[in-house]
Design a binder for this molecule. Structure first.
Ligand code: FES
Ligand code: FES
Length: 198
């Protein structure tokens, strides 16, 4: 799979979007200013739970997830939108958390790898397929890869191999050679379609 930069940053639509979220007027959120930084409290939903986190002007979504929220399943590889290790879902769309300004996450719903499984602790179908197909070796790429695959299957429930490869083109894996990863996504899709393993 040929890597290419996908630039999965924030959605470019206006913040007062069809999702029903209207940005708060500036000054309505508590803001603390020091000589060098400005901290704002940002409210969002993470893995189904409403949270409020302090965000500094230069913070990325990745910093907030791995820092105050303690969700270290989201990895940092390149920090530049090249590797996909930091992929999370924002309102169901795969984004690179290293490119997403934390202040723009206000009112959004974020899903990380920690929130993908069932409440019982069972793995999601995509996670399970990755395990069964040997699509995880060192595991560094796996959270981002699995979230990208989850977004891919939401968009293409019965993807062709080309759609699978295209959907994961922004996620690099140094270990598996991608064959098992494509097989895993194919397996999860087949099971959702009721066709069992293929
Ligand atoms: S760490 Fe975000 S794309 Fe590499
Ligand atoms: S399993 Fe090691 S980088 Fe993908």
């Amino acid at each position: 799979m040929k890597p290419r930069k996908t630039g999965r940053g924030p959605a470019t639509e206006p913040r007062a979007s069809a999702r029903g979220h209207t940005p708060r007027a500036s000054g309505k959120r508590p803001t603390t200013t020091t000589s060098t930084t400005t901290t704002t409290l940002v409210e969002l939903v993470v893995n189904g739970a409403k949270v409020e986190v302090p965000v500094e002007a230069t913070d990325r979504l990745l910093d907030v997830l791995r820092g105050p929220l303690g969700l270290t399943g989201t990895k940092e590889g390149c920090g530049a939108g090249e590797c996909g290790a930091c992929t999370v879902l924002v309102d169901g769309r795969a984004v690179n958390a290293c490119l997403y300004p934390a202040r723009e996450i206000e009112g959004r719903a974020v899903t990380t790898i920690e929130g993908l499984g069932e409440p019982s602790g069972a793995l999601s179908d995509v996670q399970q397929a990755f395990v069964e197909r040997g699509a995880i070796q060192c595991g560094f790429c796996s959270p981002g890869m699995i979230l990208a695959a989850t977004a891919l299957l939401a968009e293409h429930p019965e993807p062709t191999d080309e759609q699978i490869r295209d959907g994961l083109v922004g996620n690099l894996c140094r270990c598996t050679g991608y064959v098992q990863i494509v097989e895993a996504v194919r397996t999860a899709a087949a099971r959702r379609a009721g066709g069992g393993t293929r």
